[in-house]
Design a protein. Sequence first.
Lengths: 274, 233
Amino acid sequence: MISLRTIGILLAILPAQIALAETLNVAVAANFTQTLKQLQPLFEQQSGHQLQISSASTGTLYAQIVHGAPFDIFLAADTQRPQALIDDDRADAKSALIYARGVLVLWSPDENIITNDSSVLTRANFNHIAIANPNTAPYGIAAQQVIAHLDNLPPQYGVEKRASLRQKLSGKIVQGENIAQTWQFVVSGNAELGFIAKSQLIFSGRDNSGSHWEIPNSLYQPIEQMAVVVKSPDTSKLKAANNFMQFLRSNEAREVIRRYGYNVGDYSAKASTE
Amino acid sequence: MTPENYSTALLTLQLAAATSVILLLLGTPLAWWLARTHSVWRRPVAALIALPLVLPPTVLGFYLLIALGPQGWVGQLTQFLGIGTLTFSFTGLVIASVIYSLPFTVQPLHGAFSQVGRRPLDVAATLGASPLQQFLWVVVPLSRSGFITAGLLTFAHTVGEFGVVLMIGGNITGETRVLSIAIYDHVEAMQYSDAHWLSASLLLFSFAILLLVNSTGRRNKQPHEINLVTANE
C-alpha cells in the first residue's frame, strides 16, 4: 500500500518537474562549440534546464533546420543564415542577438615565420597558406577581405610588392571546409601558416607558441555571430530557449565568451536597445 | 553547369582513371598471390586490404594528413627526395585513392582468380606453358569479367570519394577540387540548383556503372563455364 501511495505521489510530482526542466537542443557553429561547453554548466546550474549540443558548420545546421531538424536554438557563425530563417518565419526575429564577434588571427606553429604584421604575406616565402572556404565560412570571407585590403593599401612599401599580393598568394592558398579544418592544416604542418580564429589558439593552449599576427579590425568586416530561437509550438520550450538568450546577454556569459577569444563589448548595447 | 563545374568533373574523371590504372597494375599480382598462397600471412593481408571498406574515410584522411605532412614519415621521405610534401596535390589524392579503393580492385580479382581453379593451369603446364604464360593465356582470359568488374568498381568508388579528399585536398580548383567536394560546397553555400545538377549526374553515373557491372557478370558466366569444360577435356 505504501509503495502504491509513493508511486501515486511520484506520478503527481514528476510531470511538474519535467515541465520545469526543459532539454534544449542547441545547434552551434563549429567554431563556438568549445565556448558553449564552457557556458553550459553555468546556464544549467542557473536555470535547471539542460542543453543538448549539436555542432556542425553553419550551412549544414541551416539546411537541417530548414528540413525540420528539432533544434530550439541556433548559434550561427554568421548573420546571413539566422536572418534567412527569420525571413522564412522559422525563427523569432525578436530573439536575434549578436552573441559574439570572431577575431581573425594569422598563425604559424613556427615561431620565426610571422613578425606580428603583414610582411610575411608580401614576402610569401612559404608553400601553403590555409584559409577557410570563403564561399561557406565567415572566417574565410574575412581572410579574403584582409588579402584584398592589403592589396589596396597606399603604396608606401613599393607598388609592385603590394599590387601583386593576391596573385602571389593565389597558387599557395589551400582551403579548409571550415575553420576547424583550416586549423588542422596548419597545426599538422601541411600548411606553414593560416588564417584561423583566435578562440582556436586559446582553446588549444597554443596562444603563446609559434608566431601570430592578430589582424586589425579595420582590415575585415566584423565576423558577427548571430543566435536565434527557432520557432516551436511548445511554449515551455520557447520560454526556456528565451531564458538561454537572456543568459547569453548576461555579464557572466559575456565574460566567458570574451575570455575565449571573441569580442562582445560592442554588441551589448545593440542587444539591449531591442 | 558552369565552366568550373565542368573542370571539376574532368579532374574527378582524371583522378578515377589514374587510380584505376595504378590499382589494376598493383592489385592483379596481389589478388593472384592471395588466391594461390597458403602462407600464414594470407588472412592478415586480406584483412588489411579490406580495411578501407569499414574504416571511416576521415580516419584514413586524418592519418594520411599526418603521414604525408612535413613531420610524417612519408612527408620526410618525399622532402628528402626533393618532391616536397604531397598533401594538397593531385599526386597526393591519387595515392590516397589507391589506398582507399584497394579492396574494390583486389576483391573481385581475388574472386575471379579463385574460380579459375587448379586444373586449367595444370593442363596448360603439361602443354609446356611457363607460369607467366599460364597467367597471361589462361587466367586472364578466364577472369575477364573479374577485371571489368574491378575496373568499373574502382573507377566509380574513386569518383564517389569524399572524406579522404576533404581531409588532405585543400579544395584547389583544377588540382584537388573533385565533384563530391563541389557538391558539399554548393550545399553549404545554399547554391542548391548547382548541387542538384551535380548530384543527379553522379547518381545516374553510379547507377549506370552498377548496371554495367551486373550485366558483364551475367554475360560472362556461360562462356566461362564452357571454357572451363573445354580446358578440362
